[in-house]
Design a protein around this ligand. Sequence first.
Ligand SMILES: *Cc1c(COP(=O)(O)O)cnc(C)c1O
Length: 462
Amino acid sequence: MRYISTRGQAPVLSFEDAMLSGLARDGGLYLPETVPTLSEAEIAALAGVSYEEAVARIIAPFVGDALGTPEEVEALIGRAYAGFGHPARAPLKQLADNHFLLELFHGPTLAFKDFAMQLIGQMFQTVLKRNGRKITIVGATSGDTGSAAIEAFAGLDNVDVFILFPHGRVSEVQRRQMTTPEAANVHALAVDGDFDDCQDMLKEMFNDFTFRDEVGLAGVNSINFARVLAQIVYYFTSGVALGAPHRKVSYCVPTGNFGDIFAGFLAKQMGLPVDKLIIATNQNDILHRCLTTGDYAKAGVKPSISPSMDIEVSSNFERALWFAYGGDGAAVSALMEELKAGRFRVSENAMGALTEHYLSGRVGEAETKAEIERMFKETGEVICPHTAVGTRVARDHQGATPVITLATAHPAKFPAAVEEACGVHAALPKRMGDLYDRSERVTRVDNDLAAIETLIRERRSA
Ligand SMILES: *Cc1c(COP(=O)(O)O)cnc(C)c1O
């Protein structure tokens, strides 16, 4: 499989190179040249296999032999998911008639990011060992990506990890997960700015080719296609559990950077009978406004109790636009150029293509808290604020087709908001109970690209 950029101007790459480079050199995001499909029989045959076996079958056409023999790939997948706290990895729970919850928070850092990050940690290690390369991973995080990346890459050879997070805008558990690991190759940087500032600087680093080549810059944000790939799997396993390929399913996805829901779109392209993909946003509702008006217009990010979705420049939406514009890289490039001035307008044709697959909804702060309380009272489930945004929107779209809401994080990651809403203190799982006792290591930095590049040059060991 070869990988092309959404902006049409960067070199076509192999899976290995697309994974190691992250962002394309024309500023675009990599996508497979064609989306492979599974037959009805192949989808039906996923019923009852282990999660790891489903991963192997679904990633195979995307990765080819880039990761070694089938036995080596099997071992790599086994290592990736061994640290999960549930044998099903992504268990599905029924909430009400035709409403289900897909629990994606049983990984080592208690958010769905672990599904992709643990896998690509193993993929990177395999590839780097083979070719002797050294790389510097720089990531921007609204909270969960950073901890998942640190957990996946801490202590690995040939890799330094720098994580930029917005100072004061992540939960205490999220911060501690980033600042307490002891491995020398891990560097947590608290930036005086918001998530979009962190992500902007990351993108600029990738566009600074001198710096990029000097440090061997690699990205593990969801701009990295390998991340999105890993997330396709749980759409299939949950869809099949509810009767696919013989029955349609819809998904409601708490959304920020659009990586998770875009994986659902790819699952649909691959043949999973997905009816609708429902985008659930918090008060930072740029995607909901775009889906309902055609205008993608920045309005400023307001901190919320679901901080992992406090985003305005939703990177992976560019991949959705690429499909909606029929693969026209020049058109996508033009929209992204317009966005520099704060907004763009999606063409009528492209809006038609988007709304064929996607619906959307927005949930404010008070409604999110009320939903956490309602869920606890009616079902006994204690859910995190991101998940609550999802279940709230899903209830507005309840019909004959079953809806699966993705539970993106464990409530213990956001204990203050959860306790305020429903009166229950969500405890951390035993295996991470000493998180509050470990000492923290973090560097506070200005929102200044040049200064951060200098710091990375000095600190990296590779
Ligand atoms: C990252 C994250 C999201 C948003 O996912 P995207 O792929 O960025 O849309 C939602 N909820 C939680 C808990 C997250 O960590």
